[in-house]
Design a protein around this ligand. Structure first.
Ligand SMILES: NC(=O)c1ccc[n+]([C@@H]2O[C@H](COP(=O)([O-])OP(=O)(O)OC[C@H]3O[C@@H](n4cnc5c(N)ncnc54)[C@H](O)[C@@H]3O)[C@@H](O)[C@H]2O)c1
Length: 245
């Protein structure tokens, strides 16, 4: 019970990394509020409270922050992968990548910060985890311009928050996974011209010879939201199967 009594909100908890993380956090005793754009995907999260939340809706962000009250932890997991080179990007795609991957994250951090500061003043600590990526934010990959730029911005946002609140007990870190087998990855593979080759290519860039599973990522989420990581802040934590060795 490494998270006993901690109140932790997770975005994009309907499937993939967010869902696995919500379940792992709850298994360690956290009172999890699992949120997602798609309410149907939140079914079956037994023992976890759920809320529909579109993180691109600024009013909904303020409303949920008021509803859930002070948090000990926040996992900003929501994000979108945009494929393409510089010449493939139109302004709409670029704006959407930044709106979902960065602006929404900033707004949720800002909305819950007063409650987190209150909580940290009582308990000594609170933790924010922001979803970045290894791909094109830490290591360059082809066809990830808008994605990589927005996920690199997550690292800057994370370090700035970490620096501003370090003396008040708030920690803020970013998570940088390698390629994880999730519904969104399966969708990208299926949408490619040659899905069999696309899957081989994703695996080939992982030196351990396989994709990550969500079970490879969730333990790092638990660690960074627990007090075990109490001396860790402002970091980009890579869980990438050795891609950046
Ligand atoms: N899968 C990977 O290989 C990988 C690698 C590195 C980083 N990431 C990041 O991890 C995060 C989750 O990715 P995943 O692959 O687990 O995704 P996924 O597709 O499996 O799940 C995404 C979830 O986000 C929800 N969502 C979409 N738009 C939303 C919005 N506006 N508000 C709230 N929820 C919304 C969807 O309903 C869905 O439940 C993303 O930020 C992604 O960039 C994924």
């Amino acid at each position: 019970m490494r998270l006993k009594d901690k109140v932790i909100l997770v975005t994009a908890a309907g499937q993939g990394i967010g869902r696995a993380s919500a379940l792992a956090l709850a298994a360690e005793g956290a009172k999890v509020i699992a949120t997602d754009l798609n309410g149907d995907l939140l079914q079956g999260l037994d023992g976890i409270s759920t809320e529909v939340l579109d993180v691109t809706d600024a009013q909904a962000i303020n409303a949920i922050a008021a509803k859930v009250g002070p948090l000990d932890g926040l996992f900003n997991c929501a994000g979108v992968v945009h494929n393409g080179t510089l010449l493939d990007i139109d302004d709409k795609d670029w704006d959407f990548a930044f709106s979902l991957n960065v602006t929404a994250m900033m707004r949720l951090c800002r909305a819950v910060m007063p409650g987190m500061l209150e909580r940290a003043s009582q308990t000594g600590t609170a933790s924010i985890l922001n979803m970045s990526s290894m791909a094109s934010s830490i290591k360059g990959f082809a066809n990830r311009t808008a994605y990589g730029a927005s996920k690199a911005a997550v690292l800057g946002l994370t370090k700035a928050i970490a620096a501003d609140y370090v003396k008040q007990g708030i920690r803020c870190n970013a998570l940088c996974p390698g390629t994880v087998d999730t519904p969104s990855l399966r969708g990208r593979i299926a949408a490619s011209a040659d899905p069999v080759q696309a899957e081989k290519d994703f695996i080939a860039r992982q030196p351990m010879g396989r994709l990550a599973t969500v079970a490879d990522i969730a333990p790092m989420v638990v660690y960074l939201l627990s007090d075990e990581s109490r001396f860790v802040s402002g970091q980009a934590m890579l869980v990438d199967g050795g891609v950046t060795i």
